[in-house]
Design a binder for this molecule. Structure first.
Ligand SMILES: *Cc1c(COP(=O)(O)O)cnc(C)c1O
Length: 352
């Protein structure tokens, strides 16, 4: 054991995010960032922001931002919680809801931060295997549990559940909290937000990092019943009173106001995704049906690790997971049209 470390720290197995190389300019298709800049109003905020505001602590409740998100999602402000990225919101939610007698459930192939939070907070979990087509096995979730979490669309598969399926899961589990992690929902899935009035056990988590082109800002939020939001406030106020700084609040507000730009970027990503999926198919890839800003794919002949390494040599980063069941797959973020074309050209060369 390293000197001074607690037993808990010694036992942690921290999350490893996708590479963010600082040396070379890559075509970055590995961490699901948007290929498009934030809306123009964001640059305006940065130009006109009064530096003197930074002398003061920010509003600990982020009242204006919470109100704007509540209005946008047709909810009461008491049904909205904001955090420093949705990763922080998720961490608080694990602590607030998932430390129960029964183990929590999530898919075996899913966001790899979930088991990391479980380790940190000493939460028991069981995984439910996706079927051979990487779809969520619905019946596998019909068992006693201390909570359920799933991304919708799932990551890294991109495959979405429909609202009827989510409704059924909520109705089946009135005694546990079901968290739907909607990091990618704006790229073609249905949000469960409309079910909040009906299900007091539903927490929906969204982020500005993907569909709002602001991964560097660190802003995420949860939507749910007042009782659940109050629990998140209690954890947050026992941890950090000011997770959202003044500048982030101002940018978050400005970005939310430009609906046309938001819709336009997402439409372009979806169009590129469909074109890229077709082109990959012609090169001998199997492409899983994606409702996200990435595709999950495997080549029928060429090993995924080889493709990942060869693409990296060619200046293109994609995500390769050396994990059971998916070590023959690549996750490729949708870039601009030009970036997608360069990817296809590079793959043609590599595959000969
Ligand atoms: C990207 C991602 C997040 C985290 O997003 P941040 O808001 O940037 O912390 C959460 N869940 C899933 C499934 C993601 O892919």
């Amino acid at each position: 054991m390293a000197k001074y470390w607690s037993k808990l720290v010694e036992s942690l197995d921290p999350y490893v995010p996708g590479e963010q190389p600082q040396d070379q300019q890559y075509i970055k298709l590995n961490t699901n960032e948007s290929p498009y800049p934030p809306p123009p109003a964001v640059a305006q905020v940065l130009k006109s922001f009064d530096a003197d505001r930074l002398r003061r602590y920010p509003d600990p409740q982020s009242g204006q931002l919470v109100q704007a998100l509540a209005d946008y999602h047709d909810l009461d402000p008491r049904q909205v919680f904001v955090g420093n990225g949705s990763d922080e919101v998720l961490a608080h939610a694990f602590q607030a809801f998932f430390k129960q007698d029964e183990a929590i459930l999530f898919p075996d192939i899913s966001y790899s931060f979930y088991p990391v939070y479980c380790n940190l907070y000493q939460i028991a979990f069981e995984t439910v295997a996706l079927d051979d087509d990487f779809r969520i096995d619905f019946d596998g979730f019909r068992r006693a549990n201390g909570g359920i979490i799933l991304p919708n669309p799932n990551a890294p598969t991109g495959i979405a559940l429909n609202l009827a399926e989510i409704r059924e899961m909520l109705a089946d589990n009135p005694e546990s909290v079901v968290i739907i992690d909607e990091a990618y929902v704006d790229f073609g899935a249905e949000s469960a937000r409309s079910l909040i009035a009906e299900f007091e056990n539903l927490l929906v988590v969204q982020t500005y990092s993907k569909s709002r082109n602001l991964a560097g800002l660190r802003l995420g939020f949860a939507l749910g019943n007042e009782n659940l939001i109050e629990a998140l406030q209690r954890v947050k106020n026992s941890f950090n009173s000011y997770p959202i700084d003044s500048l982030t609040s101002a940018i978050g507000l400005a970005a939310l106001a430009d609906e046309t730009y938001f819709q336009d970027c997402n439409r372009r990503v979806i169009e590129s995704r469909e074109r890229l999926s077709g082109a990959l198919g012609e090169l001998g890839f199997e492409v899983f049906p994606s409702s996200a800003n990435f595709v999950f794919t495997r080549h029928r002949q060429c090993a995924a690790e080889t493709l990942y390494l060869e693409l990296k040599k060619a200046g293109i980063l994609v995500r390769y997971f050396s994990k059971p069941r998916i070590d023959d797959c690549l996750r490729i973020t949708i870039g601009t049209e030009a970036e997608c074309e360069k990817l296809i050209e590079a793959l043609k060369t590599i595959l000969g």
